[in-house]
Design a protein around this ligand. Structure first.
Ligand code: FES
Length: 145
């Protein structure tokens, strides 16, 4: 089925920003969608609570790649606390929207960022409110089947 993707989605899919891996990353988050098998991994470099570098690897659909790319752009240079507030809706808005059946793909990006921040907190013994990492409620609801 042909999808109507915005220009920004096509741009971030065809020229994804911040692709790759950070050696000795301060935080790494990996999330997967059990149904479609898409996997997203995000690496964070953090200095003094600021995300100074971020890279991602996503094995997945066009929307998963575009949302990962945009999510990394949105959190780069930001305080960790702000990255934690990144929602999939904010990523979708920044991409000028996604087709409704693809919205769930953007949830992967939000969850991967949160998982990477949690990893950073855990590694550094930083206390946090577990509620901040509560399930987004989507339970990786892939509708690609
Ligand atoms: Fe995009 Fe499943 S995450 S099709």
């Amino acid at each position: 089925m042909a999808m109507n993707y915005s220009e920004k989605v096509m741009d971030h899919f065809q020229n994804p920003r911040n692709v790759g891996k950070i050696e000795n990353a301060d935080g790494v988050g990996e999330v997967g969608n059990a149904k479609c098998g898409d996997i997203m991994k995000i690496y964070l470099k953090i200095d003094d609570g600021i995300i100074t570098d971020v890279k991602f690897n996503t094995f997945g659909c066009a929307s998963a790649i575009a949302t990962s790319s945009m999510a990394t752009e949105l959190i780069k240079g930001k305080p960790v606390s702000e990255a934690l507030k990144l929602t999939n809706q904010a990523v979708v808005e920044a991409l000028d929207g996604l087709p409704p059946v693809k919205i769930h793909c953007s949830v992967l990006a939000e969850e991967a960022v949160k998982a990477a921040v949690k990893d950073y907190y855990d590694k550094n013994g930083i206390e946090y409110d577990p509620a901040e990492f509560a399930d987004s409620g989507c339970d990786h609801c892939c509708r690609c089947d």
